[in-house]
Design a protein around this ligand. Structure first.
Ligand code: B3K
Ligand code: ZN
Length: 867
């Protein structure tokens, strides 16, 4: 396995204009015939080299003539045919074994349903092909299967024909008129229930919407359908982008490596992102269903109509589509709360990635296995880069850029450069400096210098940037980024912002453009030293190193006009105390005084009465992963202890307010954001109060709850307490939901994430529980992944957590390398720990590296991690 490099990109030697596929489906052995209309591009006399893996070749015919074995060369990953004409038809007969496909790439079976996953390189497990995203073809797909077991036969596009074959089998033919790369191909066949609705596009196209789920789960597809319709409307209203076929299918399957897949008109979903009802789904599940349904739908334009030239451009579609789904949720729910939640995720997952051995730019330069690069950096930082363009060009300018991008590249496979060029050209801007974001890894750090001259009423702000080195990139260049800021007076009022040389103030919140290593801005008409509010809305994905006083933080917590910055001020204040507490815990000293913070939090809390969702975010202390990033040497016990101590102090200090939150009449369940906000705050209060009152209230809520959010929140609180109620509630929850895999995954995950000391023993025992299975990625992520995310127990000082994870990874790698390699990333930050843990983690990874037959997926991650 040689690394693939971005710089080596060459256009294909051949195009495939038309693909006709015929499937004779049988779980053990499926026959696939591919009829390809191939045409040489350019003047070379290159041989035709098709990708293909894990298939049996049954026959090859070129323009109707069978090819003898000496006319081609078959190797494990490719099929080479030299001396082909400039235009010809190739017919390939092959056989595959879907029932034996445990990697869940290509054609496989999930609970008796045939389904496919072709992105990024799964199509080459279905037939031999130019399996690269810059080869766009029109597909016709014929599916034949036994009618009783597989009454539903689906592929991309419109149904062209269906007939009975007389022998208990039937056939369906699907035509997709839009040229697409092979990674967007999909096929589904099985016995599924159909939930139907309709949508009329704004130009009057009547679209049939069909969501297919396991029989009996029809009642859990309503929220997904509603989300789909709202997404379709939103894309029309926000970007003028309409759906383009007469049918849109979503199929929910239970065995799926990731969240979902945007195959043209036939999205395939992990069922956890479709199924939701009050008794089984939490508010978070509802929000995830909405977000993922929207994300996959939005790919129809950003991904499918305009696709990627090569996989290095993955962020072209993923960063942009994440940005679009974030904006959809912001419009549908609360913009401030959505921003806070996205920043939390970015800081907990992407910042550590960007600061460790797996750091890579949003457009990577090389890979061994592209599946390893579906990362928080490509997705979430990629979305932040798009968001910065919006901040720099403003909303209208961004929309002009999107319009030009679509007009220029519809029907093409494009690059990130072309996207940025469309943004630049539509706005008459030079964005060449901005492009550095695509090539430079690492999280920039901003430092600030401020001065105020009372005599002239001038306030000067100097912002400096520095990006720490990352593997392979020792020296970093300054980036072009928006500095979204405002100034606040001591009275809490926003100060009008007038830069030196301007005739009049331009609002109270503005976006400055930082392009140099260091830049200074002077504001006039500033009578007294102001309080700076910087990186409002988290406009740039950076760390701001600030030494703001506690008084300024407290002022911003209650008075900053930007709600994100209010939350951010609270997080900064809490982080400061927690870092002091971590140092104290490590040295066995008492924690620092918390009165000033608690008072500021109380005032900030009082100022947001009426927005419970936001109040809940204010009360949520920085997480352990985030805190781990802020210290020189990670001490998981000290982090856990410090956080626990601050939680207790906040509970004591805010006890009256917390109790007040818990009063009031019960509200009937509704999944909307406002109702969810009330539950979020009530459950946040319950968690704090349990540190004072013990388990009784949580147990009472657990028993009385009429929805999963309240029941599961109570269970999560109990699961952190070493009390008899814990055991009782966990047992009850299991029995109540026995047989419901998605709910039992929550149960597995909760136990795997518990901070109680016997967690590893529990997890080991659960490996043998009927609710767990190594064949299902959701269960693996819940139990084994849940344990890997349990910093306290995974990093147990005796190395038991590491040894356990190595066993699990090695067991999974041969059957599903994608899942194994995701779990392996848990070892990536090993250099941040103390010497003993470093040694244990290195030994663990070396054990993996020394395993014969290790997948390229795991080999790449372990290689990068140890380098
Ligand atoms: N595009 C797919 C991801 C495919 C990942 C393959 N390992 C889902 C999404 O981002 O919408
Ligand atoms: Zn996506």
């Amino acid at each position: 396995h040689q690394p693939i490099r971005r710089a080596d990109y060459l256009p294909p030697d051949f195009g495939i204009d038309r693909v006709e596929l015929e499937f004779d489906l049988e779980p053990a052995r499926t026959l696939v015939r591919a009829r390809l209309a191939i045409r040489r591009i350019g003047a070379s006399d290159a041989a035709l080299v098709l990708d293909g893996e894990d298939m049996e070749l049954l026959g090859l015919a070129l323009d109707g003539n069978a090819l003898a074995a000496d006319r081609y060369r078959l190797e494990p990953t490719r099929l080479t045919i030299p001396g082909v004409p400039d235009a010809f038809e190739l017919v390939i007969d092959g056989a595959i074994a879907p029932a034996a496909n445990t990697a869940l790439e290509g054609l496989y079976i999930s609970s008796s349903v045939f389904c496919t996953q072709c992105e990024p390189e799964g199509f080459r497990r279905i037939t031999w092909f130019l399996d690269r995203p810059d080869v766009l073809s029109v597909f016709r797909t014929t599916i034949r299967a036994e009618r009783a077991r597989f009454p539903i036969l689906l592929s991309n596009g419109n149904l062209a024909a269906a007939r009975d074959l007389g022998d208990g089998r039937h056939e369906a033919v699907w035509d997709d008129p839009f040229p697409k790369p092979s990674y967007l191909f999909a096929l589904v066949a099985g016995d599924l229930a159909v939930v139907e609705d309709r949508f009329t596009t704004r130009s009057g196209r009547d679209v049939a919407l069909k969501i297919l789920v396991e029989h009996g789960k029809e009642g859990r597809a309503g929220y997904a359908m509603d989300s789909l319709k709202r997404s379709m409307r939103w894309d029309e209203e926000t970007y003028g982008l309409e759906y383009d076929l007469d049918v849109f299918h979503i199929v929910a399957v239970s065995d799926f490596n990731m969240g979902a897949m945007e195959n043209k008109s036939l999205n395939v979903f992990n069922d956890r992102f479709i199924l939701a009802d009050p008794a089984t789904a939490t508010d978070l599940d509802y929000a995830n269903v909405e977000g993922v349904v929207a994300h996959e739908y939005f790919h129809n334009w950003t991904g499918n109509r305009i696709t990627c030239r090569d996989w290095f451009q993955l962020s072209l579609k993923e960063g942009l589509t994440v940005y679009r789904d974030q904006e959809f949720t912001a419009d549908e729910r609360s913009r401030a709360v959505k921003r806070i939640q996205d920043v939390r995720v970015l800081r907990a997952r992407q910042f550590p990635e960007d600061g460790g051995p797996l750091a890579h730019p949003i457009r990577p330069d090389s890979y061994l296995e592209i599946n390893n690069f579906y990362t928080a950096t490509v997705y979430e930082k990629g979305a932040e880069v798009i968001r910065m363009l919006e901040a720099l060009l403003d909303r209208d300018g961004f929309r002009r850029g999107m319009d030009l991008y679509v007009a220029r590249h519809d029907g093409e496979a494009a690059t990130c450069d072309q996207f940025v060029a469309a943004m630049a050209d539509a706005n008459g801007r030079d964005l060449s400096h901005f492009l550095r974001w695509y090539g430079q890894a690492g999280t920039p750090r901003l430092t600030l210098e401020q001065s105020h001259d009372a005599a002239t009423g001038t306030y000067a702000l100097t912002v400096s940037q520095r990006t720490p080195p990352t593997p392979g990139q020792p020296d970093k260049l300054p980036l072009h980024l928006p500095v979204h800021m405002g100034l606040i007076g001591r009275d809490g009022a926003e100060i009008p912002l007038r830069l030196e040389g301007e005739n009049a103030p331009q609002g109270t919140s503005r976006v400055l453009e930082l392009t140099e290593a260091s830049q200074t801005w002077r504001f006039v008409g500033v009578e007294a030293p102001p309080v700076l509010s910087i990186n409002r809305g988290f406009a740039a994905p950076v760390v701001v190193e600030s030494s703001e006083s506690e008084d300024d933080l407290a002022l911003r917590m209650r008075a900053d006009a930007d709600p994100f910055s209010r939350w951010e001020a609270a997080q900064s204040f809490a982080t400061r105390l927690l870092l002091a507490g971590i140092a104290a815990a490590a040295e066995g000293r008492p924690p620092p005084p918390t009165d000033a913070f608690v008072a500021a939090l109380a005032a900030a809390f009082d100022a947001v009465e009426g927005d419970p969702a936001f109040a809940a975010e204010l009360l949520a202390l920085p997480g352990e992963l985030y805190l781990a990033e802020q210290v020189a040497v990670i001490d998981v016990e000290a982090i856990h202890a410090a956080r626990k101590a601050l939680r207790a102090a906040v509970a004591q200090g805010l006890v009256d307010r917390l109790r007040h939150v818990r009063t009031g009449p019960p509200r009937p369940f509704a999944p909307d954001a406002a109702s969810a906000g009330h539950r979020a705050l009530a459950n946040m209060a319950l968690g704090y109060l349990s540190t004072i009152d013990g388990p009784a209230a949580a147990m009472a809520q657990y028993r009385a709850a009429d929805n999963m959010t309240d029941r599961f929140s109570a269970l999560a609180i109990l699961s952190e307490l070493d009390v008899p109620e814990r055991t009782a509630a966990l047992a009850d929850f299991h029995d109540r939901h026995a047989g419901d895999a998605l709910v039992l995954n929550k149960w597995l995950g909760l136990q795997a994430g518990s901070s109680l000391p016997d967690t590893l023993a529990t997890v080991r025992a659960l490996l043998d529980h009927p609710a767990f299975s190594y064949g299902n990625p959701n269960k693996i992520y819940a139990l084994v992944g849940g344990f890997a995310g349990n910093a306290l127990r995974f990093h147990a000082a005796d190395g038991s957590g590491y040894a356990f994870m190595v066993d699990q990874i090695l067991r999974l790698d041969p059957q599903n390398p994608q899942v194994a390699s995701r779990l392996l990333k848990a070892f990536g930050r090993w250099r941040r720990f103390d010497a003993d843990r470093q040694a244990l983690m290195r030994d663990a990874m070396e054990r993996i590296a020394a395993t014969p037959g290790l997948s390229p997926d795991c080999r790449e991650i372990v290689g990068l991690s140890l380098a």
